[in-house]
Design a protein around this ligand. Structure first.
Ligand code: FMN
Length: 111
């Protein structure tokens, strides 16, 4: 890992041209709802990006930005906002093949 970080390569965001930070207003009362909304928004953006032939990757590593308010401020996140979901959008090197789909295992139907 330290070897990877000692190169000039962008080992975190893979030189992706776009970094998206989904942010919401800070509000402890609504934090859980804001997180759910942010994740749902992100999922929709992932699906649209895929439709456009783009690739996405959730950047859990960048969660550390929430402990660096000065960096968030510098990139335009207002003080009263917090970052919920960081992700990158880029041009995939290879076309993603179809994954294998498992048959759904239906345990029980509730009537
Ligand atoms: C909680 C969590 C945090 C992640 N953080 C990162 C990250 O910081 N950088 C990264 O490249 N992938 C990260 N990933 C992985 C990607 O978002 C994605 O799930 C993974 O690349 C899917 O790979 P696969 O298609 O090979 O299964 C994270 C995944 C999870 C679930």
């Amino acid at each position: 890992m330290s070897k990877q970080f000692s190169t000039s390569e962008d080992v975190i965001c893979y030189n992706a041209p776009t970094l998206v930070l989904v942010c919401t207003k800070k509000d402890p009362q609504w934090d859980h709802v804001n997180l759910l909304d942010s994740v749902l928004t992100t999922q929709n953006m992932f699906l649209k990006a895929y439709e456009l032939g783009l690739g996405t990757c959730y950047m859990g590593f960048l969660e550390l930005l929430n402990s660096k308010p000065q960096v968030l401020k510098k990139i335009g996140v207002p003080d009263n906002y917090q970052m919920m979901v960081p992700f990158i959008i880029g041009h995939p090197k290879a076309k993603q093949g179809k994954g294998k789909r498992k048959k759904p295992e239906i345990k029980e139907w509730l009537k």
